[in-house]
Ligand binder design. Structure first.
Ligand SMILES: [Zn+2]
Length: 312
């Protein structure tokens, strides 16, 4: 199945894995943005990585990965939830030269050493004490997978490895994670295999096997074939697949709230100059048009509809 994420466990050892493959769901992003190849491919890798991470978290809200850059890319953003809905966008720095087709992540966002990686967890249902969690980590590594691996080692303290690949048609990611074990017994594994597996050995072996996958294979092979190609000798326990899809959460109310935060003077200035305000969603490109009357209503007390608190 395309546009899906599947999870698996190594039986008898605290190692779990996931593989995500985005086809049509990735084209939804590709077709909405005109991006240099290297920027598009890194965004695809970050999209796959976000969905993989979200599936490892016990969390009912959304996960937002942002990379703030000082190079040709000012900002990468991917938002997703554990159900497999995601959206992604990029902000290019206009004055910067077009990056090379094979530019690394570091060459796109960390030219002067000011790149930052920001992870935000937004609770799904607002409740007292449920605040968004935000972690900001310095940029470490040359690729999306290395940045994410460093982050997981620091914040979750779970050894995590990722193999990511994207082009103009697909975005694919494979994750392996070593789970915490208690007294040598896996906390999440199904009943142990008949012969106990040495945990260190299993973790090292699974990584070595996954290290043999090439970018070309990740992009060409169906997810089940990637798993078979790498781990055919391993006792894997597979879980259900979940569907992934591009889903934008923009609404007219959120745009209205954003315009209110911009302020009456600023909005009136735009209306005077252009006759109306048109805001395009930076994720899905949907245009929201506010004519002169709509703009005036934004700032009338009582007619204003939902307030800025709805802004996410
Ligand atoms: Zn949108």
């Amino acid at each position: 199945m395309s546009d899906s994420l599947r999870r698996f466990l190594l039986q008898g050892a605290p190692v779990r894995g996931e593989i995500v493959s985005l086809d049509d769901a990735w084209l939804e992003v590709v077709n909405r943005h005109e991006l240099p190849d290297s920027v598009r491919d890194r965004l695809g890798e970050l999209s796959a990585a976000a969905l993989l991470l979200a599936a490892t978290l016990k969390f009912d809200g959304s996960l937002v990965l942002q990379i703030h850059g000082d190079g040709p890319v000012a900002l990468f953003v991917v938002e997703c939830d554990a159900d497999g809905d995601y959206r992604a966008t990029v902000k290019l720095r206009e004055e910067a030269p077009t990056p090379a087709d094979d530019a690394s992540l570091r060459e796109l966002v960390d030219v002067e050493g000011k790149g930052r990686f920001v992870v935000t967890l937004v609770p799904g249902s607002p409740a007292p004490g449920r605040q968004p969690y935000q972690g900001i980590v310095p940029f470490e590594g040359n690729s999306v997978s290395m940045v994410l691996e460093h982050y997981m080692a620091r914040s979750e303290q779970l050894p995590t490895r990722m193999w990511l690949a994207a082009d103009g048609r697909r975005a694919v990611g494979l994750l392996l994670q070593r789970m915490p074990s208690t007294g040598g017994t896996a906390t999440v594994a199904p009943p142990a295999a008949e012969t106990p597996i040495d945990d260190d050995d299993a973790w090292n072996r699974m990584q070595q096997l996954a290290d043999t996958i090439t970018r070309g294979e990740l992009l060409r092979l169906a997810p089940e074939h990637v798993i078979r190609r790498l781990f055919w000798q391993e006792p894997l326990h597979a879980f259900d697949e979940r569907q992934c899809r591009f889903a934008c959460t923009c609404t007219r109310d959120k745009v209205a709230s954003m315009l209110r935060m911009l302020g009456e003077e600023e909005v009136e200035g735009i209306v005077a100059e252009r006759g109306a305000v048109e805001v395009r969603c930076e994720f899905c490109n949907l245009p929201y048009l506010f004519d002169r009357v709509d703009c005036a209503e934004l700032f009338v007390p009582g007619v204003s509809g939902p307030g800025p608190s709805l802004l996410q």
